[in-house]
Every structure is written in structure tokens, then in C-alpha cells.
Design a protein around this ligand. Sequence first.
Ligand code: NAD
Length: 467
Amino acid sequence: MRVIEQLVSQALKEIQTEQPAVFHQPEIERYGVFATMDEAIAASEAAQKRLLFEKISKRQKYVDVIRKTVLKRENLELMSRFAVEETGIGNYEHKLQKNILAAENTPGTEDLITKALTGDGGITVTEYCPFGVIGAITPTTNPTETIINNSISMIAGGNTVVFSPHPRAKKVSQMLVKMLNKALMEAGAPGNLISMVEEPSIENTNRMIESPQVRFLVATGGPAIVGRVLSSGKKAIGAGAGNPPVVVDETADIEKAAKDIIDGCSFDNNVPCIAEKEVFAVDGICDYLIHNMKLNGGFEITDMDTVKKLVELVTTDHGGPKTSFVGKSAKYILEQMGINSDNSIKVIIMEVPKEHLLVQEELMMPILPIVRVEDVDTAIEYAYEAEHGNRHTAIMHSKNVEKLSKMAKLLETTIFVKNAPSYAGIGAGGEGHTSFTIAGPTGEGITSARSFCRKRRCVLSDAFSIR
Ligand code: NAD
């Protein structure tokens, strides 16, 4: 006991004597948002030293404070509305649902399950322990959801986190970081468990990546940032892009499949990385599927000239999505083409060949190309090609267990959803916890507290085996 007391007292002394200058400024005004990246990192490091010596029950208390703060109706509405306003991406009602999901369904400290081995040699435990300061890069598409989800997981794991949000989501990220820090500090938590820099930029992200105080990097975003953190020489998690295909065969409940596909594809205007991006349907049921999609909010374009016009409108010369159309509603996109519709229209659908740009590119808009194929094996093969080896997410509507297994095995995706909308894969209408950092390339899967921890072994020799 005395040893522990000495360690705690030593650590507290260090915090008091070695604090960076920034730590002496009144925290109350900053609430985790700093003028420079170095200050944000220094404050995070000081906070982590304090968190390290706190009890697990305190960490759980902080997780509960984050949940409660986000779920307070006025906060929830504010961050959801602000995210849509600032980024111009997504749908307010769906942002509300995603923020609730992140707050309620991200696991806390219960995720850190200790493994114990006992025998004649004594007892050995393996525990999930903090890394220290984590640098987390977040996307425009889920700005608040990722901060909520990552903060809960990382703090539950005993870490602190410095966020580097997308510059286009700067204000809403700052508001959320301040809101969470204020609530945490009022509940007695060390200041700056969550921090960020005032002006997020590529330069600041690079500074964070290179900082020796940042022990672990987590990138949720497209290929450039995932590649950057994975080549940093540090422990890193890459949660990268997807292009989730959907296969529908003749054994599926077609009416349900059509509704599920439209619901999943239109969720938050298609920006979730897990959302349905293209469909491969067998010929025998393709017409009936399209008919039912139209009954559920699908707007079909049948004329290829109009499809061409649509492609020109929403994609760049390089074939990627135009930022100004990412996360816009189907109604908005149609309006830009001079086509009037109403809010019952959720997704723009069209039949195209499998090589079509709309099939092969991740656009993050409620535009859903449908490829008609002769049989389910061809559909699975095409789905494999369109997924481009991201191994992210795939969806299949079928009752044929053999073909479901075939597709799951071939595509090797982190998430494989059967007979449901894609969001069932992150705990909305399906079993399992939620994450907004889905780590395919590095293999952690649907990340949670343990994904951000080091495994450490503690050995007591010759005792405490009571068998
Ligand atoms: P993005 O890659 O443009 O930006 C993501 C983050 O990385 C931002 O904070 C951005 O500022 C930063 N960034 C990008 N390139 C950088 C570079 N070269 N150096 C330093 N920082 C850089 O992506 P986005 O448009 O914000 O988000 C959409 C993408 O993220 C899609 O591809 C989507 O599939 C993916 N995504 C994946 C997951 C997942 O869990 N796997 C979750 C959400 C989004």
C-alpha cells in the first residue's frame, strides 16, 4: 500500500512541478481548445498522468458524464443541427440518431476484460492498459459521432485524446470538445481529457503525428490520412474508406430487401462509410426489386442521357465526388438537375453496367446504381470487384445459407449484414456495440475501449492459485 501511495504522490508532484506553462492558464475558458497543437498535446499529457492514477470507477464515471451530456436534449439538438449547418453534409434527424447511438451504445470500462491464468506457477493476469495520449483524426462525414465514440472508448481505456478534426467541421468539433470538457471538469475529472487545436489543418495534423508525446494514432477518414498514419512509425489504427455492395438473390424477401436497401442507403444522405453504395440483383427479381424500391422512396432514372447529366453534375473530372454534393439529399440533387420532387424521395436509382463510375466510386450521396446479373454467383463476383479490397462492409439479402457464406468468405469485410439495412452492422437494429471508427485495414474491427489499449502482463509467482 505504501508503495502505491508513494507512486501516486510522486506522480502528483510531477504534475505540479512539470506542468507546461499552458497548464497554469485558467482552464475554464479553454475547455480543451488550444491555440497551438503543442499546447493541446502538453495539456493532454498532463491530464493523462492524472487519469492514470485514478480508479477505474472514476473512468466509468467520466464515460457516464459524456453519455449524459450528449443525451441532454438541447445539447443533442444543438450539435446535430450545427454539424449539418457547418459541413453542409447529412440530415439533421439522422445526425440525432447517430449521436444518440454513439452516446448510448459505445462500450465503457466493461469492455476491458482481464484474462487470468492460474496454476502451480502462481497467477498471471493480462490487462488492457492505457497507451497515454492518443491523436485522433476525424472525418467531416461523422464529426460529432466520431468525437463522442472515440472519447468514450479512449477515456474508458485510461487514455486522453487530442482530436484533429476536418477543417470543415472545426466549429462543431470545438463546441463539442468544450461542452464535454466543461461537463467532465464539473464532475471532478482532470481538465483536458479531450483536447484539440483552434485551427485544425494538415500542418497541425502532421505536427500531432510527429509529436513524441502522442503514442498512438487513430485515423478515421479516406485513403490519404489512413496511409499517412500507417506510415508514421507509430502504433496506428486506420479506419478507411469503403464502397459497400449489396447483393440480392431470388431467395430474398424482395419487399423487405427493397425497403432495407433504401433505408440504409438514404441514412444521413448516404455518408456513413457502411451505407449501401451499389446493388447487384439477379435478373429474376430485379424488376420487382426496383418496383418496391420506388414504393419506398426510390426515384428511378431510366434514360442514360439523364444518368450522364447526373454524373457530370456530382463528380469531378477525376471521377471522384464533388464535395458540394457529398451528403446532400436526393431531393436537392434532383433539383439541381431541374427535376422537381418532394421529401418522400430518398434515393435516386438507375440501372447501369457494372463498370459504371457510379458503381465503382464511393460517392457518399443517395445515388444508388443497380446492376442486373444473371445469377447470384455473378452478383457475388461483381460485389467483390466493386468493394475494391477495402474489406469494409457488404450487405446481402438472401435465404440461401450457402451463398451467404460464400459472399461473407470471399469479400472478407469487417461488417457483413444479412437481410437488414447496413446500419444493423453498428448496433442499430442488430446486436452488438457501436463504433464510428471501423478499422478494416488494421484489423481491430468495430473499435471499442480495448482497441486503444496495450496488453500488459502481471505475474505473481507460486501463490493465489486456489484450485
Ligand atoms: P478525408 O479523408 O477527406 O478527411 C478525414 C480526415 O483526415 C480529416 O480530418 C482531414 O482533415 C484529414 N486529412 C485528409 N487527408 C490528409 C492528409 N494528407 N494529411 C493530414 N490530414 C489529412 O475524409 P472525409 O471526407 O472527411 O470522410 C469521408 C471518408 O472517410 C470516406 O472515405 C469514408 O468512407 C471514410 N470513413 C471511414 C470510416 C470508418 O470507420 N472506416 C468512418 C467514417 C468515414
